[in-house]
Design a protein around this ligand. Sequence first.
Ligand code: NDP
Length: 283
Amino acid sequence: MGIIDGKMVATKIKENIAIEVKSLKKEIGQTPGLAVVLVGDDPASAVYVRSKNKTCANLGFQSFEKILPAHTKESTLLELIDELNKDEKINGILVQLPLPSHISSHKILEAINPNKDVDGFHLENIGRLVTGNAIFKPCTPEGIIQLLDYYKVKIEGENAVILGRSNIVGKPISFLLLERNATVTICHSRTQNLSAITRSADILIAAIGKPNFVTADMIKDEAVIIDVGINRVDNKLIGDVDYQAVLQKASLITPVPGGVGPMTIAMLMANTLQSFKNFYQLN
Ligand code: NDP
């Protein structure tokens, strides 16, 4: 029984990024730039955007905040993306999801230059990910892999079970685990005999958005549990895993908050730095 301290690992990664940014600034006089686009006034999204800007400032990145009203037309947003694509100061473009329903997220994400798609959501980057040639790996899934590596969790040959098949977590983490030679099972809302499958998991990843869904009887002794879920209950953030009970049985587990969440933003910064280095051919 042990806790995977995502906050600590993310802090270390960000410290290394800040050091590299400082030395690149000395070398070429430029720093990476991240544009964050927010449409509407969803309070949770506004919190995410603020925290991304703060992280940019702490790591020496330039940040460009683009906040548009909820009634913004799709064509206006496409024009903005086009400007950001052309702006050489901007290495990463992040469009905060969800977008208002009159705007096609698919159309917007496809308009981002794949070389600036630091979220890794563009079809070209998804194709690269699936074929094992990713430039930018999606942030939450890559954050999970880095946590597993930091804690020296064996992935090759292990049974990895993923709860959830979303495009931003469930599907991409399955490809990253396959790339690392895990045997991967993906479960979703129509899966039958879910507990029997989760009990076979050496590594169980919960990404469904249901508070305390995974209970101790659903896991194998000594399993590694990664809880991606973020659920607000009574003004507190809790994960998809019944943490206190599962902690007693698991070999390692991520808390919520302080597990996967901080890694997502660290990976976003790492991808933006990578994009900057690609632009200046510094690899
Ligand atoms: P989605 O809502 O897009 O997907 C949820 C998935 O869970 C779906 O595939 C759904 O199945 C599946 N599911 C729902 N109910 C069940 C069930 N009873 N049994 C099995 N599977 C079920 O969620 P996201 O992937 O976007 O996010 C998942 C969670 O992770 C959320 O709490 C979100 O807030 C959090 N999150 C955290 C991040 C972080 O940085 N830590 C980043 C991104 C997300 P079906 O496809 O059949 O509907």
